[in-house]
Design a protein around this ligand. Structure first.
Ligand SMILES: Cc1cc2nc3c(=O)[nH]c(=O)nc-3n(C[C@H](O)[C@H](O)[C@H](O)COP(=O)(O)O)c2cc1C
Length: 255
């Protein structure tokens, strides 16, 4: 099925889609836009067309909604919001509402991906969560135990039963073929979650378990070839931070 269809009755031949096409896949002929080859299906033609002449069958366009430029949001407050983000390690028991989970997943889904591959997968841990955390705890405790024989400081490490997911009500594993796209998706998800009043923690130790122990990774049943890039835990914060924590000096340079 063709993924981009231009309705020649509706097309007014303005050429905006042609000029904006990243793949040079469109051209004008007889005052109408036409498609010469397949493309990355980025949707720029769909988005830019002033008369709605472009259709993308196979994509659920009902999900898109109206365009809201982020420039409508006060930039200084937006930046303060970004700077106010904190890793959250203490959560209330209150579950995260399904509508909020959907918004977090959509924020990840709409993050940019290279070549518009959209290959990032979002695995919400539900029925297998406890079993997966137990396996991680067992594996990590054994590793720390063995390691403490050569690194004495490891003897102070406390790996409790909630070490990986901190008792948070929502855990989402973000995976992909490389790290860049899932990382970008994760950052979008975190900010979305913050805007919904939720706290977030990246469980890097969980990711380490999936890299070091293929049997733990297998329990996630990820799409073939995917690796875990982040494991994000979400919930209503049980603590409130009053100030923005300082950062090291920026490594902003000019060459
Ligand atoms: C990729 C990544 C993995 C992380 N893994 C863990 C983790 O396993 N456990 C944890 O307590 N914090 C983890 N963190 C949180 C960092 O320790 C945290 O970002 C750092 O302490 C700075 O605090 P802030 O995020 O509140 O600014 C992780 C953060 C990132 C970005």
């Amino acid at each position: 099925m063709d993924k981009i269809i231009i309705d020649k009755e509706k097309c007014i031949g303005c050429g905006r889609c042609v000029k904006d096409c990243v793949d040079a896949a469109l051209y004008l002929e007889g005052g109408k836009a036409k498609r010469r080859k397949s493309c990355i299906e980025c949707g720029h033609c769909f988005a830019i067309c002033p008369v709605g002449a472009v259709d993308m069958p196979g994509y659920d366009t009902r999900d898109c909604g109206e365009v809201v430029p982020l420039s409508e949001i006060d930039s200084a407050r937006f930046l303060q919001g970004i700077k106010s983000r904190r890793s959250m390690r203490q959560f209330k028991k209150r579950p995260v509402e399904p509508a909020k989970i959907k918004m977090i997943l959509e924020a990840g889904q709409y993050a940019p991906t290279a070549k518009n591959a959209q290959n990032v997968a979002f695995t919400v841990l539900t029925s297998r969560r406890a079993e997966i955390e137990r396996a991680c705890v067992k594996f990590f405790r054994a590793g720390v135990n063995a390691g403490s024989k050569v690194i004495p400081s490891l003897r102070d490490s406390k790996i409790d039963d909630n070490f990986f997911f901190k008792g948070a009500p929502l855990v989402i594993v973000v995976s992909g073929y490389d790290s860049v796209d899932p990382s970008l998706a994760s950052a979008y998800m975190e900010l979305m979650a913050n805007s919904l009043g939720l706290g977030v923690l990246y469980s890097g130790f969980f990711r380490a378990c999936t890299i070091l122990n293929p049997r733990i990774k297998a329990r996630l049943k990820l799409p073939f070839g995917h690796k875990v890039v982040t494991c994000m835990i979400f919930g209503y914060p049980a603590v409130e931070y009053k100030r923005i924590a300082p950062r090291k000096p920026r490594q902003a340079r000019k060459v």
